[in-house]
Ligand binder design. Structure first.
Ligand code: AKB
Length: 320
């Protein structure tokens, strides 16, 4: 991995992954691909090249690949689960049409491709606890449908055309840098923002709603490590279960209260998000990722909570 194109570089994962890869790929170019209206700013803009790359326009992907001699594309363009339900046609156009465009450019120009899948690729008929790597994937959301299609299409391009496609199924990602937008797991980010700023929190999911979550530094490391893994050891490609922690709203609430004793949470349920969360696994089994490319998370709930609160207080200029 030397010259990298990140499609969706100004989004939740993209903004942090671009910076991480710019440190990692010294001597190469890491191009921040953005769409009109979401231009990179500040350090993201200043620390490396950027270019307009709308995933629905294959000629823009190809132009960036040619200009910067790109060998690896990170395809991070997607609508998150709750927003995708409101705009299913657009979710398909970006999630599947955009992936097809990316894979075609990769096939023609010899690039490797990373496209994240998600715990959302599973559905109500999937075993919910310690969900195995290879199991039933019959999601009922358009987000999940695009993710399963993406896994299958990426594996097809690897088998049929030799495109080096790899991916992981991300849990809910938690970060203090760029807020997510429109996900089902976003409450687990919003709760830290409220606690750090001394505000009360209204939780959209009911107690007992368990989902896998991960701190962003672990997720970024996974995205880099899977693309650098020895291909001879990989029995799977698209997509690996990865996991680090699973909790419900009560567990994260009590953990935060250990650090912010006056913090208050009440429930105000969002039926759409609750239905989506109920259809997703409670926890994933990530044995295959551990065996095939030595995946290992570093953050648990305690370590993440401390780090989130310290950094959010810094961000908002709050002295604890
Ligand atoms: C979402 O909630 O939509 C995402 C995901 C788990 O893929 N964070």
């Amino acid at each position: 991995m030397k010259n990298v194109l990140i499609v969706g570089a100004t989004g939740q994962i993209g903004s942090e992954l671009t910076m991480r890869l710019r440190e990692h790929c010294k001597g190469g170019d890491v191009v921040a691909g953005f769409i009109k209206g979401a231009e990179p700013k500040g350090i993201l803009l200043e620390s490396g090249p950027s270019m307009e790359v709308d995933i629905t326009r294959p000629e823009q992907i190809a132009a960036a690949v040619d200009k910067y001699k790109v060998d690896t594309i990170y395809n991070l363009a997607a609508l998150l689960s709750a927003v995708a339900e409101a705009k299913p046609q657009l979710a398909w156009k970006i999630g599947v049409g955009g992936l097809y465009n990316t894979l075609e450019v990769a096939r023609e120009k010899g690039c490797a491709v990373f496209t994240p899948s998600s715990i959302g690729s599973f559905g109500p008929s999937t075993p919910h606890d310690k969900t195995p790597q290879d199991t039933v994937q019959r999601p009922e959301t358009i987000y999940g449908v695009t993710k399963v299609t993406g896994e299958l299409l990426s594996d097809y391009y690897a088998r049929r055309f030799g495109v080096d496609t790899r991916s992981v199924r991300f849990p809910g990602l938690i970060s203090y840098t760029t807020p997510p937008g429109g996900g089902t797991t976003d409450y687990a980010v919003d709760i830290y923002y409220a606690a750090a700023q001394g505000k009360d929190f209204k939780c959209p999911l009911k107690p007992g709603t368990f989902m896998d979550m991960m701190y962003m530094p672990d997720a970024l490391r996974a995205a880099v490590e899977i693309m650098e893994a020895n291909p001879d050891r990989l029995h799977h490609r698209n997509s690996f279960n990865i996991a680090s922690m699973s909790f419900d709203p009560e567990i994260i609430y009590s953990k935060i209260r250990e650090h912010v004793p006056g913090f208050k949470m009440e429930y105000e349920l969002d039926p759409l998000r609750q239905a989506i969360a109920d259809s997703w696994p409670n926890s994933l089994d990530d044995t295959c990722a551990r065996e095939e490319w030595d995946w290992k998370p570093e953050y648990d709930l305690e370590a993440m909570t401390k780090d989130m609160l310290v950094n959010l207080r810094k961000k908002f200029g709050i002295t604890a």
